[in-house]
Design a protein. Structure first.
Length: 239
């Protein structure tokens, strides 16, 4: 909170605006505006000595020498939110319904609880958009929440992967596994016997057809010979 720290230093020390600006990472004009109560927001002072970022000795050393640069004793502790919904800037809150509609349309496997954590919304809002009973449903347009800045691509991919893992393999994947599974040896043996039986029957049929064709060919040959060499008709002398 650099502005709050600068406000405290302005009110409680004789440090120059340049020293305060350098220590807080602000522009000297911002410090000037805080000192003149011209800043757009009124900041409540934050004591850097109490937080361990400065010592009284360091402040006195800076007050004695206007060219001295204050040295931070301990870095400020980052304040992180560990509970509650994701914080979304005010400028992006109106985009939440669009992001929710996009997830419901493109990743229906993601649970409402995951959407709530991903976008920072409530189950009531999600259900209202799903059932198209949301008060602004006519103006809601499905848009990628990553593009809207509501979440990162890594977070969205992780949610999709977790939902897919929870849902288990799809029917298509299960059928592929079933097709790829090794066949039963008993079925292979029966199939082989059936093929041998069919081949034997086909061989017998082929032999029978060959015999019939040979017999027909012999008959035709005998007929042709008889026609070529007809026997003479008996005359009167043969009686």
């Amino acid at each position: 909170m650099p502005h709050a720290t600068a406000s405290w230093l302005v009110d409680n020390t004789a440090l120059s605006f340049t020293q305060i600006a350098d220590f807080c990472g602000l522009h000297i004009l911002e410090v000037q505006a805080i000192a003149d109560d011209l800043a757009s927001s009124k900041y409540t002072g934050r004591d850097p000595v109490h937080s361990g970022e400065l010592t009284h000795e360091e402040i006195e050393r800076g007050q004695a020498d206007p060219d001295y640069s204050l040295v931070m004793q301990k870095a400020p502790v980052d304040v992180s939110r560990t509970k509650g919904p994701r914080y979304t800037p005010v400028s992006k809150r109106q985009d939440k319904p669009d992001g929710i509609a996009w997830i419901l349309r493109n990743h229906s496997e993601i649970s409402d609880a995951q959407i709530g954590r991903l976008i920072g919304t409530t189950r009531n809002t999600i259900n209202a958009i799903r059932e198209r009973s949301h008060w602004n449903i006519a103006n809601i347009q499905a848009k990628d929440p990553v593009t809207l800045g509501l979440c990162s691509q890594r977070e969205l991919d992780a949610a999709v992967a977790k939902a897919a893992k929870r849902a288990g393999p799809s029917e298509e994947a299960a059928s592929e596994v079933e097709i790829a599974a090794p066949a039963d040896p008993r079925n292979d043996k029966e199939r082989l016997i059936e093929e041998l039986r069919r081949e034997r029957e086909e061989a017998i049929s082929a032999a029978a057809r060959a015999a019939q064709e040979a017999e027909a060919e012999a008959w035709l040959e005998a007929k042709r010979e008889a026609e070529a060499n007809p026997e003479p008709e008996p005359g009167p002398d043969s009686l």
